[in-house]
Write a protein that binds this ligand. Structure first.
Ligand code: GAR
Length: 202
């Protein structure tokens, strides 16, 4: 069997999607890849504690007041030292530039909490996505895993899963249902599918 694809996960916050990836690795849903590094754009992110508890190497790359290119150079150097082959954005709240993504064509995937092309692109992240969906009055929303290219949330779609909106939903209750019923399922499934493909073409 070929060697497992080396995965780096980029996070910024609570890291429930990271937890879903770690659980999937432990249960064998992810078998063609291995998480070797977690990079957080926030020093205090709880996601870092989850990674440490799972014995995964961590790094912090904060943007601070710096230029985007310097921030991205830090991330690139961490990815290169870890020999990362697939990058998973799991609640990573920074948009990566075209210059960055060209280093990893078809090797960066992202989970977004809506059915793209609805409620996506710059300005749509986290709870804002669910707030916008409720304000619009959609009856069905969901989550999407897609490749990352130079257009925010614009890369090729890998997997989507729909979730019904409840008339009583708040952004918080909707966010929770989309995570439980869509994100935590399709992100590990898409990660395995992409790792398998990378592994077969190595
Ligand atoms: C998730 O809902 C994820 O889809 C979203 O932020 C949340 C992070 O939660 N990401 C975006 O909005 C990116 N555009 P987590 O830190 O618990 O995984």
């Amino acid at each position: 069997m070929s060697k497992k694809v080396r995965i780096a996960v980029l996070v910024s916050g609570g890291g429930t999607n990271l937890r879903a990836l770690i659980d999937a690795q432990n249960s064998g849903i992810i078998k063609s890849g291995e998480i070797v590094l977690v990079i957080s754009s926030k020093a205090g992110a709880y996601a870092l504690r989850r990674a440490e508890a799972a014995g995964i190497a961590t790094a912090v790359c904060e943007k601070g007041g710096r230029q985007q290119s310097l921030f991205e150079q830090d991330i690139l150097s961490e990815l290169k030292s870890a020999d990362a082959e697939l990058i998973i954005l799991a609640g990573f709240m920074n948009i990566l530039s075209a210059d960055f993504v060209k280093h990893y064509p078809d090797r960066i995937i992202n989970v977004h909490p809506s059915l793209i092309p609805s409620f996506c692109g710059s300005g749509f992240y986290g709870l804002r996505v669910h707030k916008a969906a409720l304000e619009y009055g959609v009856k069905v929303t969901g989550a999407t895993v897609h490749f990352v290219n130079e257009i925010p949330d614009g890369g090729r779609i890998i997997m989507q899963k729909a979730v019904e909106v409840d008339p009583e939903d708040t952004p918080e209750t909707l966010q929770r249902r989309v995570m439980e019923n869509a994100e935590w399922i399709i992100l590990p499934a898409a990660a395995e599918a992409v790792c398998k493909e990378i592994g077969e073409n190595k």
